[in-house]
Every structure is written in structure tokens, then in C-alpha cells.
Design a protein around this ligand. Sequence first.
Ligand SMILES: Nc1ncnc2c1ncn2[C@@H]1O[C@H](COP(=O)(O)OP(=O)(O)OP(=O)(O)O)[C@@H](O)[C@H]1O
Length: 255
Amino acid sequence: MIELKAITKIYPGNPPYEVLKSIDLDVLEGEFLSIMGPSGSGKTTLLNIIATLDQATGGKVVINNQDVSKMDEDYLSLLRLKTIGFVFQDFNLLPPLTVIENIMLPMTLDKASTSESRKKARDLMAELDISSLENKRITEISGGEKQRVAIARALINDPKIILADEPTGNLDSKAAGDVMTILAEMNRLKRVTTVMVTHDAISASYSERVMFIKDGQFYNEIHCGNKREVFYQSILDVLAHLGGTNHDFQTTRYS
Ligand SMILES: Nc1ncnc2c1ncn2[C@@H]1O[C@H](COP(=O)(O)OP(=O)(O)OP(=O)(O)O)[C@@H](O)[C@H]1O
């Protein structure tokens, strides 16, 4: 579903700054991958390149069998709208709109009928247990609820891929656990390929594979076995070897 070959990214400047150094990555259809690494290691840059929001300096990006370097900006916008759902740390919801209007937005932009969009949004709200929030304003709901609204919005166009940048970064441990349970369930039930950047070992333990990067280079990767608790410990072990400050990695425990 996602194929990166020898991705490099150099930010111009004096001197230029090479933030990604020949990263290779294959993410299979339906897989749930987390990307971890110390602050400044290039995680968000990598996610933005997968999202086609940023361009690699070198290498090849193939999304859903399409080479994105051959696409113009109109085609890329269409690819993002139809194929990719986005979930951000700060939710990126529109405060003037209600919950259901926010969720319907990608379908509205895709010129779907209002009745079809409303039905789809209501189905998703039921799945994510937020039906009671339908007509609330974004300012009237909690952080955990906001992130569930954002996940519903990300799913409404039936994307093949969800990209999440620190989706639990602004949440307390209970809300973070709820959001991760939902992301993992949606990945499993809808087979939506999910790539998440996180500092949080517990959030990462909900995924099937964690890729670690350091200084813009692949460092290690580990796969989840049968037990999430064991996977979580393995993630902590790699993080301990990886270095970085305590601030870089949150290791709070929640169930
Ligand atoms: N537009 C830009 N121009 C120049 N340098 C940039 C730009 N964007 C990011 N960088 C630099 O590239 C490096 C990697 O940034 P990036 O945001 O990808 O790291 P990260 O691993 O996601 O970090 P964090 O965990 O702190 O969010 C950082 O040193 C950052 O300062």
C-alpha cells in the first residue's frame, strides 16, 4: 500500500540540513505501523512525505500502486481526499461547525449528497460511540471526544490509508487508551492501512509493527507477537537503546 525507496529529504539552508537519509519502507495493505524516534529524528517529515504534503528530495514514493512523483498538485489533492484520512495531535477540527458537520466535511468537499454524507456520518458516530455529540460544537466536547470526531472524519471517505501524527499527544491516559482502541479496531475491521507517529510506547503497542528512526535513518523494527504487554516491554527496550531524553518518550501505563 505504501512503498518508500531510498527517501532523502534535505532542507535548504546554509548549510543544507539532511533530515532523512535513504529511508526504505514497505507498509502492507491493512497493516498498522508505528514510527518512533527521538525528537527531531525526522518522523513528521517522513509522515508528511507519505501524506504527499511534502516532497522528498530524492527517492521514490508509491502510494496505492501510484508513483506520486509523477502526479501534479490537482491529482495529489484528489489522492489525499479519496485515499488518505488524516488524524492530528491537535485534532484540526473546525470550531464553527457542529460535530456532524465536521465529520461530513470530506464528503462535502467530494461533492457527495448531504443525505448520503449525513447517513455515513451517523453510521460512523454510532461505531465510535459519539452519536450523542451530533449537534454539539467542537468547543463543547472533550479532547478524547474531539479525537474520535477526527477519526470519524478521517474514515468517512473510506480511505485506504490513515495517517496519524501523535494522535494521543494531547490526551490523558484514559482518553488515549480509548482512541488507540478505536484506531486498532478500525484498522482491523475496515482493513485500513494505518501509519502513526508517536512518542508514546503504550500507544505504539497497539500497532503490529514499530519502526524506529534515529538521525533520519532506519534504526530498528519490531513486530507484535501474541501479547501486547510483551510488545510494550520490547518497545521500551529499543527506546532505552535508542537514547533521547525522558521528555522524548512518554511511558505512562494505561490498560
Ligand atoms: N521546513 C523546515 N525547514 C528546515 N528544517 C526543518 C523543517 N521542518 C523540520 N525541520 C527540521 O528537521 C528535523 C526533523 O523534524 P521533524 O519534525 O520531522 O522531526 P520529528 O522526529 O517529528 O520531531 P518531534 O518528535 O520533535 O516532532 C528537525 O531538526 C527540524 O528542526
